[in-house]
Design a protein around this ligand. Structure first.
Ligand code: PLP
Length: 445
């Protein structure tokens, strides 16, 4: 009989007393297999990380083969899969001549990016500019970087010399622009103004997600190229947090690539899809001009398991799978289809105020109180951010009972299935969502 973990494990991002979840014993493609014999269609890639689906045979084989050769050697020694993965990442991203620092996940990738930016810029305690309503991880500096009112109560961002600027949230543009691209430009301008106010000599880095935001904000197309320009003009490093957005999630290997080579950041952080989540691994990919500045200096960082051979072997296999199975293109194609499906849902359900994303398999539905597209309403959020409205919780519970798991953030529904999801499965999930939106959000008579 399966052992119950509800009373023995502390579960992350949960109220312990409320935690209830089925036990997963296996997986296949976009499905999770449950202890009771049932299965769940995973419409969020768990934490937007299982881009290759569950139990991808290539990953299992790579981990098994590496375990037979060598399970562990520390970062102080060389290891073949680590070297191989680093060169694949540098080549894929066009960061040739640069370096890769491997970490255990996304939060410590961001922490190390900040350390490296401060060291390389010769601003050892320089400020870092991040965005409101962003998420960069749950270790202390990563929490300080995250613009989340709940976690900002627990860390003092100022103590970490982190500052936040408003996000390019076009649907409720904090700069008052009605036009999305203008909102993006204004967002980049807000960063420029903050750098100028602090003095460029006092700012070590700007750290932001290039396109799709973990907290459901999708930056207008104008944003990232403008951010690249304002940081380059001021000699401030630009760090792209690609922990969630890379490896096909936004229809490219790395989300910034949609804007062309000129939009390349000085560093980017990776995790999640890097190994298809089969084994924990993160990375900081560092451009040559940054790496050159620390080449002859001591690097005071690193954890026992960084660059773990088993994880790097999984990373190599994951990158091969994305390339050889055409999954980046598949995500782009299915993402466009999912976006169109979500827009159709919007035309039928006034509770959907905005649909965004869709460059790859990442689509956000924002739920509002009363917003037919042309109503001119204030599209008031269904619940104050970051609360999840009870009706949305009930919808998610009903979906789970029907065998589909959807992720929410506040009043947002996130659609981010594994890139291997079958078209039939995607259609079934949308049909279920249609039924449940009608059940839980019937327009008032
Ligand atoms: N950055 C972004 C954009 C993320 O979405 C996440 C995780 O959700 C992180 C950083 C933190 O990654 P990890 O949970 O691997 O520490």
């Amino acid at each position: 009989m399966a052992i119950e973990e509800r009373h023995s494990v502390l579960h992350s991002w949960s109220v312990q007393a409320d935690w209830r979840a089925p036990t997963v014993v296996g997986g296949r493609g976009a499905r999770l297999l449950l202890a009771d014999g049932g299965s769940i269609l995973d419409m969020s890639s768990l934490a937007e990380c299982s881009n290759l689906g569950h139990q991808h045979p290539r990953l299992i084989e790579a981990i098994r083969a590496q375990a037979e050769r060598l399970c562990y050697v520390s970062n102080a020694w060389g290891a073949q899969p680590r070297a191989e993965l680093a060169s694949m990442l540098l080549e894929r991203s066009g960061f040739e001549g640069g370096r890769v620092f491997f970490t255990l996940g996304g939060a410590d990738a961001n922490e190390n990016a900040v350390k490296i930016a401060r060291q390389a810029s010769r601003k050892p305690r320089g400020a870092v500019i991040a965005r409101d309503r962003s998420y960069h991880g749950a270790t202390h500096l990563a929490m300080a970087l995250s613009g989340d009112s709940r976690t900002q109560q627990q860390v003092d961002a100022a103590a970490f010399n982190v500052q936040h600027v408003p996000p390019p949230y076009a649907y409720r543009c904090p700069f008052g622009s009605a036009n999305a691209d203008e909102c993006g430009e204004r967002g980049a301008h807000a960063v420029a103004e903050r750098i100028d106010a602090l003095g460029a000599d006092a700012v070590a880095a700007v750290l932001m997600e290039p396109n799709a935001g973990t907290n459901g904000i999708v930056a207008p197309d104008s944003y990232w190229p403008a951010l690249r320009r304002v940081t380059a003009e001021r000699g401030v490093y630009l760090v792209a947090d690609e922990v969630m957005s890379a490896f096909g999630r936004c229809g490219e290997w790395f989300a910034w690539q949609r804007h062309g080579d000129d939009a390349r950041p000085d560093m980017m952080t990776l995790a999640k899809g890097l190994t298809g989540a089969a084994v924990p691994l993160g990375a900081v990919v560092i451009a040559q001009h940054v790496a050159a500045r620390i080449e002859h200096e001591m690097l005071y960082t690193g954890l026992t398991y960084c660059g773990h051979p088993l994880a790097c072997a999984a990373g190599v296999a994951a990158l091969q799978a994305y390339a050889e199975e055409g999954l980046i293109e598949r995500s782009r194609r299915l993402g466009a289809q999912l976006f169109a499906d979500a827009q159709r849902l919007q035309s039928r359900h006034p509770v959907i105020g905005d649909v965004r994303g869709g460059h790859g398999l990442f689509v956000v539905l924002e739920l509002v109180q009363d917003a037919p597209a042309d109503s001119g309403s204030t599209h008031a959020p269904l619940a104050p951010w970051p609360q999840t409205p009870p009706a949305l919780k009930a919808l998610v519970d009903d979906a789970m009972a029907a065998g589909v798991s959807f992720a929410t953030r506040g009043n947002l529904l996130l659609l981010a299935p594994p890139l291997v999801i079958e078209e039939r499965e995607l259609a079934d999930a949308i049909a279920l969502l249609d039924t449940l939106l009608a059940r839980h959000f019937a327009p008032s008579p």
